[in-house]
Design a binder for this molecule. Structure first.
Ligand code: MG
Length: 365
């Protein structure tokens, strides 16, 4: 029997990669629902090829449509590739409905990690990361999660890895979108340039693997070949390696803990991959990273505020309204002005998210 897959955000970078993976696994999976934000032509092409039972644009059918697709009765697996806070309701609904959520929407966990975990426990749903670093950790852990000691996630360092702080502050959009190793959507590409992405990922890892921040680290690795290191309680370290592609973590999120043969991914070649180098994160220069990690450590509503301020600032940068340096500055100011509180329920998260969006817009004026 084939397993039904719903893809939220099917016309974005992750959505297209997911369909490429599924195209090679048609005897195992079928597509039952597709949602896209606004790209009608691309959605129609995908629908013609995959004949899903449900397909539509969220710009027309509203955010409830994401929930409808995420809880489709024939969907066993929901690939959540929506960008930003908009993906939260669908993640919660799918987990409550007992689905496996293949999560590319890391903002969901950053905003409301405890609520997401509670939804999975209540509904019997399962959360499997699509993010390459977290997929790497999951693969390294196979069989011995209880002996996990420390995680080190790698970061490419982005296009400004070696730049002086002053030059970074005035970087152009074209420069920020020129990612050295990964081909991704524009929001996560800018997040990789500020290194906010790595802070979001450390918070994501905190929730996925239930580790305190003293056992979570990031290291810059410009080649993006090693995706994560897992240190076990005896000091032994296992890493997961591969040429940068999202297709491998997507397939693994669909099949975990099993593996399926796949000829679509470039085979590894250590000589072509090397040499591999590692450097510390320059957290004094990449202040969005430092602010995000501090928000993660503070907990409560602080990570949701960090995420919301970052989303607003990145959107303003992408729209050409503010220079690159204002992204980190806005995040710092909004977090400074925020009095964080414990997350009691979804309303607490939403209120913090809305407040932070408003404050970020004021700060960016
Ligand atoms: Mg990642």
């Amino acid at each position: 029997m084939t397993r039904g897959v719903a893809i939220l955000g099917s016309t974005g970078s992750i959505g297209k990669s997911a369909l490429a993976v599924l195209g090679r696994q048609r005897e195992r999976f079928r597509v039952v629902a597709l949602t896209a934000q606004a790209n009608r032509a691309a959605l129609e092409r995908q629908s013609a090829e995959w004949a899903p039972q449900l397909a539509g644009l969220t710009c027309e059918r509203g955010p409830e449509f994401l929930v409808e697709a995420a809880t489709h009765p024939d969907a066993h697996i929901v690939v959540n590739a929506v960008v930003g806070a908009a993906g939260l309701d669908a993640t919660l609904a799918a987990l409550r409905a007992g689905k496996r959520v293949a999560l590319a929407n890391k903002e969901t966990l950053v905003m409301a990690g405890d609520l997401v975990r509670a939804a999975a426990e209540a509904g019997g749903g399962e959360l499997v990361p699509v993010d390459s670093e977290h997929s790497a950790v999951l693969q390294c852990l196979a069989g011995s999660p209880a002996t996990l000691g420390r995680l080190i996630l790698t970061a490419s360092g982005g296009p400004f890895r070696t730049w002086e702080a002053g030059r970074i502050a005035t970087a152009t959009l074209a420069e920020a979108l020129k990612h050295p190793t990964w081909s991704m959507g524009s929001k996560v590409t800018v997040d990789s340039a500020t290194l906010a992405n790595k802070a979001l990922e450390l918070i994501e890892a905190h929730h996925l693997f239930r580790l305190g921040y003293d056992r979570l680290e990031a290291v810059v690795h410009p080649q993006s070949i090693v995706h994560a290191f897992v240190e076990f309680c005896d000091g032994s370290v296992i890493a997961q390696l591969g040429f940068p592609t999202m297709e491998l973590p997507i397939l693994y999120a669909l099949t975990h803990p099993e593996r399926l043969p796949d000829v679509g991914v470039r085979r590894f070649d250590p000589v072509a991959a090397g040499p591999l180098t590692f450097e510390p994160v320059r957290s004094d220069v990449f202040r969005a990273f430092a602010a995000g990690v501090a928000a993660g450590r503070a907990g409560g509503t602080a990570p949701a505020v960090f995420n919301a301020a970052n989303e607003v600032a990145v959107a303003a940068f992408l729209a050409g309204q503010v220079p690159f340096g204002r992204i980190a500055e806005a995040i710092e100011r909004v977090l400074d002005d925020h009095r964080h509180e414990p997350v009691r329920d979804l309303e607490t998260v939403r209120a913090a998210d809305q407040w932070a969006r408003g404050r970020a817009r004021e700060v960016l004026q």
